[in-house]
Design a protein around this ligand. Sequence first.
Ligand SMILES: [Fe+2]
Length: 205
Amino acid sequence: MAKKSTRTAAFTVPGLSTEQGHAVAEILQQRLHALNDLQLTLKHAHWNVVGPNFIAVHEMLDPQIDEVRGYVDELAERMATMGVSPNGLPGAIVAERTWDDYDVNRAPGVEHLAALDLVYDGVITDHREALARVSDVDPITEDMLISQVRGLELFQWFMRSHIESGSGVLEHAGARTEKAAAKSVAGGKGAAKSSRASGKASKKK
Ligand SMILES: [Fe+2]
């Protein structure tokens, strides 16, 4: 027997066509995956940071995680409001994401911060792209994404502030993978070259 789809409702928000509303909500699904992934990644760093900056980095990350979890809830509920079922299940994240897992494990604070800076680059870039896509159709969703980008950019600055020089230089600039970014700040050298040409930071959604 053919199964009825439970993915979409027959409605969306007033003022938009059902197709328009559902299209906006579908854009949010990938942002939901990205921020669900981000809050898990930040917890992973929270648990795996070591070294003299342990407590600074460990404690800095938890308020970010709480905030990102709030964004996740906001995204999912916006999708439902617009008539599309949000999917926050781990299998869907892994199947539909276009990036790999964060690949720094037990490491000093500066290495995690350099790697997370790349993660934030990817997430923020894609959030900005999503908000540009929805802006003509739905200013309410655009407004939600703008406030999330503002928060994410603030968190990225917190992390960068730990690792920038007095003249504002980030030693890992140009690194294309998290491992390369971590390595470049660990060795006190310029950005290490990536062995993976299609660096995952650029794929982070
Ligand atoms: Fe904790």
